[in-house]
Design a protein around this ligand. Structure first.
Ligand code: SF4
Length: 436
């Protein structure tokens, strides 16, 4: 009888995509996918290491699964992903009942590791070898049917921002050949997907034998059946005129850019090794808005980075106030063992100050988002519907080209439909619309 596997995913879209890829790899080796951990022979937690809280949550979950494993001795319990890569033996020391610790570049070996873990009742198996070439080319991905899906087009990151653990747990940058990406997207279109998101830690740094991200966007835009193309996360320094030309000339590419800034202080950006200044980022946003009018813009912000003064923080507030992002992901600095910042800079901003600064920047952004969303009232938009609203079954949920979640008034629609509509109302995170 086929063994069953359940993959529980934590963290970013890259992890979601990796979980689909792991399920595909295991299905290919005769496993079937279980609907819950209770009924699975193998339970894998695909983890995130971006903040300490993310890892503590996993230990909480592992504690819970430990009792399930005690009741089902044959059950295999594994931890995969960034936390596995970062913690290695340390994870096993804290959770000795875990059978497998597998890093993001070792998934091709997962079926064999599971077989081995089943046969030997010894120490947990740890495979965290990073691989400069591994793109999982040719792996059949197990995607749940839907309107939107994703493809990981590049892996790893070479930027080494001082606060970030990603380069240490995901390895060096490498990209999937455009032909492989186009074949994957073509298969997704044939399976009914209407929207594809191209994934990478710094997706705009995509490069494969002379072809860059602009080339990739042009190639993916030729796939029939795909109505919308999205990408995340780009890196500010990659926005060349070549890329802006591509974004301006490819109508399938959504009118939305997520452009992480992290801080509004050039002094802090230098210390973070972000590779640009606050002035340079502001100039990029001006160029982007000039070349791509009507595009929505979101960002990432960290407050409380080591050494951040009140003056630095006020530069962040000023940048947020001046650039008026549509939305932002905002976090307090979380020291990560293994990063350059953790090794060389004391985490000297008190938690209370981090908390205050976080509340202030969130409140500011919330008021801007509210104004930005309200300014959409009366505007005409094109919605890609993803399904029915959970809050009101008669209504549909969709997204505009500029990535705004929209509730569409009842009508004869279906998931996957592209509907022209007029915005009738808004909150700071949702639009409401009627078809026209
Ligand atoms: S660009 Fe910087 S923040 Fe982004 S994944 Fe790479 S190292 Fe981390």
């Amino acid at each position: 009888m086929a063994r069953t596997v359940f993959v529980e995913t934590y963290g970013c879209q890259m992890n979601e995509a990796d979980s689909e890829m792991m399920a595909g790899l295991l299905r290919h080796r005769g496993f079937s996918v279980a609907q819950s951990a209770d009924e699975a022979d193998v339970v894998l937690l695909n983890t995130c290491a971006v903040r300490e809280r993310a890892e503590e949550r996993i230990f909480g979950r592992l504690g819970w699964l430990k009792s399930m494993k005690a009741a089902r001795p044959g059950m295999i319990l594994g931890v995969t992903g960034c936390m596995a890569e970062r913690m290695r033996d340390e994870l096993v020391a804290r959770a000795p009942y875990v059978d497998l610790v597998v890093g993001p570049d070792a998934y091709r070996r997962l079926p064999d590791l599971i077989d081995k873990a089943r046969d030997v009742d010894d120490d947990p198996l740890i495979d965290v070898r990073l691989d400069r070439n591994e793109t999982y080319q040719g792996v059949q991905v197990e995607r749940a049917p839907g309107v939107s899906g994703w493809v990981t087009v590049m892996r790893g990151c070479d930027k080494f921002c001082t606060f970030c653990i990603v380069p240490f747990v995901r390895g060096r940058e490498r990209s999937l050949p455009p032909e492989e990406v186009v074949a994957e997207v073509t298969a997704m279109a044939a399976a009914g997907f209407k929207e594809v998101t191209l994934l990478g830690q710094t997706v705009s740094s995509y490069y494969e034998r002379g072809r860059d991200f602009a080339d990739l966007l042009r190639a993916v835009s030729t796939v029939d059946g795909i109505a919308r193309i999205r990408y995340t996360s780009p890196y500010p320094n990659d926005f060349s005129d070549r890329l802006l030309d591509a974004l301006a000339s490819l109508p399938k590419v959504g009118a939305y850019v997520h452009l992480p800034v992290q801080s509004g202080s050039t002094r802090i950006l230098k210390d973070m090794r972000r590779g640009y200044t606050a002035e340079g980022y502001r100039a990029l946003v001006a160029r982007l808005r000039d070349r791509l009018p009507g595009h929505a813009l979101s960002t990432d912000i960290i407050v409380g980075y080591p050494g951040e003064t009140d003056a630095d923080f006020h530069e962040t507030l000023a940048l947020v106030s001046d650039l008026r992002f549509d939305s932002a992901f905002m976090f307090a600095y979380s020291e990560r063992d293994g990063t350059q910042a953790a090794r060389t800079r004391p985490d000297d901003v008190p938690d209370a100050v981090k908390g205050e600064r976080l509340q202030k920047v969130i409140a500011l952004q919330e008021s801007i988002s509210k104004e930005k969303y309200a300014a959409m009232i009366g505007r005409e938009v094109e919605l890609l519907l993803s399904g029915r609203s959970k809050k009101n079954e008669a209504c549909f949920i969709g997204r505009t080209s500029c990535f705004k979640t929209t509730v569409l008034a009842p009508g004869p629609y279906a998931a996957g439909d592209l509907v022209r509509a007029r915005v009738t109302d808004a909150t700071s995170h949702t639009l409401f619309a009627e078809a026209i």
